[in-house]
Design a protein around this ligand. Structure first.
Ligand code: URA
Length: 215
C-alpha cells in the first residue's frame, strides 16, 4: 500500500527520540475484508521490514489457518511501526554485556505512529478488524479493559483516531466490528491459554461464516 510520503516522514521524525529501531509499514492485501492490527515489530520484523516473520509470525499463520485464512486474505499492520527496545544484561560472548529486548510501546510512541494506522484503516476499510493483544485493542477502541473478557467477541464500536486537535484521539463516526485476540506471542509465555485461543478462534470463524452466508 502506498502511503503519503509526508505521513511517513512525520512518523519517523516523531518516533526518533525514543529507543526504537526499524520501520515496518504493513503487508498483505489492501483490498482485504480483514485487517489485523498487531502491537509493534520484533527484532526480525524490524530488520526485514516485514510484519510477523519471526516466531510470533509462525504462530499467527497457524491461527490464520484455523480461520481458513492465509496472508493474501488479510492486511497486516500494527500500532507502532518501529521495534521498541530496552537494554538488558547478558553474558553472551561478544555482546559487550548487553542486548536489546522487546518492550511494550509507550503512549507517545503510539501517538507518533497513530496517523499511519488511521490512514491504513481508512484505505482498507475492513469489514472486520482483528486486534492482536491489549495494546492494539486499547489503541483501536479506547477501552482499557483486559482483553481476556472479550476474546473472540465481535464488538461493534467507533474506533479511535487522531483528531484535528493533534495529539488527541477522537472516535470515528463509522462503527467497525473489532475482535480482540491474544497477541500470538502470548502463548509462548503462558502455554495454558491455548484453550482460550482455540475457543476465541472458533468464535471468529463462526462470525466469518455468518458474514459469508449473508453474502
Ligand atoms: N508483534 C507485532 O505486533 N508485530 C510483528 O510484526 C511482530 C510481533
Amino acid at each position: 500500500m502506498d502511503l503519503p510520503k509526508d505521513l511517513i516522514q512525520d512518523a519517523k521524525k516523531r518516533i526518533d527520540p525514543y529507543d526504537v529501531e526499524g520501520f515496518v509499514l504493513g503487508e498483505g492485501n489492501p483490498e482485504a475484508d480483514i485487517m489485523i492490527v498487531g502491537e509493534a515489530p520484533g527484532e526480525n520484523e524490524a530488520e526485514k521490514g516485514i510484519p510477523f516473520i519471526g516466531r510470533a509470525g509462525v504462530e499467527l499463520d497457524k491461527q490464520l489457518q484455523i480461520l481458513d485464512l492465509d496472508r493474501e486474505d488479510v492486511y497486516i499492520t500494527s500500532v507502532v511501526r518501529s521495534r521498541p527496545y530496552k537494554w538488558v544484561k547478558t553474558n553472551k560472548k561478544g555482546s559487550g554485556g548487553r542486548r536489546k529486548a522487546n518492550r511494550k510501546p509507550n503512549q507517545k510512541e503510539i501517538m507518533a505512529h497513530a496517523k499511519l494506522l488511521d490512514y491504513q484503516i481508512e484505505k482498507v476499510d475492513p469489514v472486520l478488524i482483528i486486534a492482536l493483544g491489549g495494546v492494539a485493542f486499547e489503541r483501536l477502541t479506547g477501552r482499557k479493559e483486559k482483553i481476556s473478557d472479550y476474546l473472540g467477541e465481535v464488538i461493534e464500536t467507533p474506533i479511535m483516531k487522531v483528531g484535528n486537535n493533534e495529539d488527541q484521539y477522537i472516535e470515528s463516526e463509522k462503527i467497525y466490528p473489532v475482535v480482540p485476540l491474544y497477541h500470538p506471542a502470548a502463548v509462548f509465555y503462558n502455554p495454558k491459554i491455548r484453550e482460550d485461543i482455540n475457543r476465541s478462534l472458533s468464535r471468529v470463524k463462526a462470525h466469518l461464516e455468518r458474514v459469508k452466508a449473508k453474502g
